[in-house]
Design a protein around this ligand. Structure first.
Ligand SMILES: Cc1ncc(COP(=O)(O)O)c(C=O)c1O
Length: 460
């Protein structure tokens, strides 16, 4: 039986050590709070016990305001696949800067960027640029609804697709009131924020991830379903991959009922393979959304698909037959320069993926072997260079499985990662091309040491 008071005291001890090691981060965040809501630019930067304030980042490393060095496995929420501040991106930005940071007009450097998408990703013939993943998934839904003239969109329980009202339901955050999410076979849409327009998400239905009941629910709604959006590997839910057969059946069924299949490749795009989840799984959706890696570390989003799927985006000046996609900063010249530099390197060096994916495999294999041999209720999951260790015996095939994990152990693990020099998001980790075998060995070592410590101190 876990002594909760004793455990709370141990976690507070770790928090205090983090406070002692990084007083400047705490002070800067507290100062931010006087002028910024929550003191952070994005809710997901909040961390226990306080956000890290970064002073600089290079390669696989990052330094906080107090000068502490961290091995970076967060990588700007997956974005920095070549490592932080890659030389080729810096050079591309320097080259582009003197021509101006923004025109709000066409320019000569969009073509190569868009062409790289078309050349690298099977089934992509047209790319529409925007500025974030949130915008990209919003446009994907608009396109699916316009093309099919149907009202409903299906998303998966635990899937995160950005913050707009259409999809800000059922990310799968643990609920203070269990049971709100409905049965696992038939999840209900749970708004993730006050203030969402009910009219925006009432036509969003929620499907169980990696569960055959998803197909029954799709069939039940077939005649009204415009599209199904899925993260081929759920990121924020804890690096949970869809089964290959599950994705294949989803492709078959959406085609059969005439609904769009939308891959949200914000994380998997250009990460799992040069062609993202499409190449990794061998499944081609109607359209995919992109951002993160493809923007080279600058704000970016994109929607891409066949010319046929993207037909309603062929603008005409009368705006009669095309869907509304517009943005002051779309195709910004600095973003296209940075993104082109990254995609060019990934396209020229596909062997980078073998290395990164092997490092992800090594983490999973070594942690799972250790957990099994030492009888820890822990399982490492993920795909390719996306990884995470859940404090539960598993299997972890959905966010509901992830919630079975030991919450106190999870909190302890996160605090120990930070205390011991790992920079990693609270629910997923990423490998980049700048990581070395020694870095992965260190990642594994910190995980194992944290597991041992938490057991020795009866936290887990
Ligand atoms: C799978 C997925 N989709 C969409 C988004 C939203 O992207 P952005 O934060 O650029 O709006 C994210 C961001 O983390 C994501 O992981």
């Amino acid at each position: 039986m876990v002594d909760r008071d004793k455990v709370a005291g141990i976690l507070d001890e770790y928090r205090a050590e983090i406070g002692t090691k990084s007083p400047k981060s705490l002070a800067v965040w507290q100062r931010n709070r006087t002028v910024m809501p929550g003191g952070v630019g994005s809710l997901f930067r909040l961390a226990d016990p306080f956000p890290m304030v970064v002073s600089r980042a290079k390669g696989a490393r990052m330094w906080d305001a107090d000068g502490n060095e961290y091995l970076d496995f967060m990588l700007g929420f997956s974005t920095m696949i070549l490592g932080n501040a890659p030389d080729e991106v810096e050079a591309a930005i320097r080259e582009a800067l003197p021509r101006g940071t923004h025109y709000g007009q066409c320019h000569e450097h969009e073509f190569e960027f868009a062409k790289l998408f078309c050349d690298m990703v099977p089934g992509v013939e047209k790319v529409a640029f925007c500025n974030s993943g949130t915008e990209a998934t919003m446009y994907a839904l608009r396109l699916a609804r316009a093309a099919t003239e149907r009202p409903l969109i299906a998303k998966f329980d635990g899937g995160y697709h950005g913050t707009h009202d259409l999809l800000a339901v059922s990310f799968g955050r643990p609920r203070p009131t269990p049971g709100l999410d409905g049965p696992i076979e038939d999840p209900v849409a749970v708004p993730e924020s006050p203030g969402l327009a009910e009219g925006a998400w009432k036509d969003t239905i929620v499907l169980p991830y990696n569960h055959p009941a998803a197909f029954d629910k799709i069939r039940r709604h077939a005649s009204r379903l415009a599209g199904v959006i899925i993260e081929p590997v759920q990121g924020a839910a804890g690096s949970i991959p869809a089964g290959p057969e599950f994705l294949s059946e989803l492709r078959r069924l959406t085609r059969e009922i005439g609904a769009f299949l939308i891959f949200d490749e914000l994380i998997t795009g250009f990460r799992l393979s040069p062609s993202g989840a499409r190449g990794f799984y061998g499944v081609i959706p109607d359209v995919s959304t992109y951002g993160k890696v493809a923007g080279g570390g600058l704000p970016f989003g994109a929607l891409a698909g066949t010319a046929e799927a993207m037909r309603l985006m062929e603008y005409d000046v009368n705006m009669e037959s095309c869907i509304l996609v517009a943005g002051t900063f779309n195709g910004n010249p600095i973003t296209t320069a940075a993104g082109t530099a990254v995609l060019r390197r990934l396209s020229n060096e596909p062997q980078l993926y073998e290395r990164m994916n092997a490092m992800g495999d090594r983490f999973r294999a070594e942690i799972n072997r250790f957990a099994q041999e030492q009888d820890y209720p822990a399982i490492a999951v993920g795909a390719g260079s996306m990884f995470w260790m859940h404090p539960t015996r598993g299997p972890v095939k959905s966010v509901r499985d992830a919630h079975k994990g030991n919450g106190l152990a999870g909190a302890g693990l996160r605090l120990l990662y930070r205390k011991n020099g790992l920079h990693i998001s609270p629910n997923h980790g990423f490998v980049c091309a700048a990581h070395t075998d020694e870095d992965i060995a260190r990642l594994i070592e910190v995980h194992k040491a944290a597991m041992v410590e938490l057991r020795e101190r009866s936290v887990w």
